[in-house]
Design a protein around this ligand. Structure first.
Ligand code: GLP
Length: 242
């Protein structure tokens, strides 16, 4: 099956369309295993999910989550860490059980062991039912930078200069941006039963052009999504030319 492309009128609509998919997932199976993402793009989705939780439409009580990635060297209470992001935008605001929340630890001593254990935990949970993704300008998903193997499971990766440059807005200065991250691998991501990718903003025009060209290459990690059977891409602020 090919990718299901959905154009949203604006960012608000993109967030609502994405929230509809999560709502449906949780209604079909309250014990869903959710793969979650960080970055500016999903912020609207998370506030929409919090709203729907407050309105009694959805519950996270029996759900499990696995986040995509974390910076190496940042503790969970560092304001730029993805642990902190998730607590702030979602976990502290809904009824998710603490022991059902999983993020790779970025400040553990043995990161390799953390990476291996992460994949095993995902497997033991029954696998990810619905995986949320954003995309980097260079086509990265999670922190799988260009050149990452499509066969990789959760691993430690060196961030490119362009990614560090792009993400420096979350730090005091570029020297504070970590050089490494721990990320679910492409293979791990592709094992999710269903995937939703959100693309918002004109700086992602090159990314959507690449994706819609259909060319699959490790130089543009998100291109692997063409090989998945259930992917929805919701986009706004960019033009899909073909
Ligand atoms: C980071 C994250 C990605 C995310 C990307 C895009 O690098 N590791 O998971 O998709 O940023 O972020 P934004 O949505 O802010 O453009």
């Amino acid at each position: 099956m090919s990718i299901n492309w959905k154009a949203a009128q604006n960012y608000e609509e993109l967030s609502k369309l994405a929230a509809d998919i999560f709502e449906q997932q949780l209604q079909e199976n309250e014990k869903s295993v959710l793969g979650l993402a960080t970055g500016g793009t999903p912020e609207g989705l998370y506030s929409e999910l919090v709203q729907r939780y407050n309105d009694g439409k959805i519950s996270f009580e029996k759900a499990t989550s696995f986040n995509l990635d974390e910076y190496v060297g940042l503790s969970a209470d560092h304001p730029a860490s993805y642990h902190y992001f998730m607590d702030t935008h979602l976990f502290h605001k809904v009824n998710m059980r603490r022991d059902s929340i999983h993020l790779p630890s970025g400040d553990a001593e043995d990161l390799q062991a953390i990476a291996e254990a992460y994949d095993k935990k995902i497997e033991a949970s029954g696998g990810i039912d619905l995986q949320l993704l954003g995309i980097g300008v260079n086509g990265h998903i999670g922190f799988n930078e260009p050149g990452s193997s499509f066969e990789a499971s959760t691993n430690i990766i060196k961030l490119t200069d362009s990614t560090r440059e792009q993400n420096k807005i979350y730090f005091d200065s570029i020297v504070d941006v970590p050089s490494y991250a721990i990320t679910m691998g492409i293979k791990t991501i592709m094992q999710a039963k269903k995937i939703v990718l959100l693309i918002a903003g004109s700086d992602k025009q090159g990314a959507i052009d690449h994706l819609s060209s259909g060319i699959i290459t490790e130089d543009f990690p998100a291109s692997i999504l063409h090989k998945h059977t259930d992917v929805t891409i919701i986009y706004t602020g960019v033009e899909k030319k073909n």
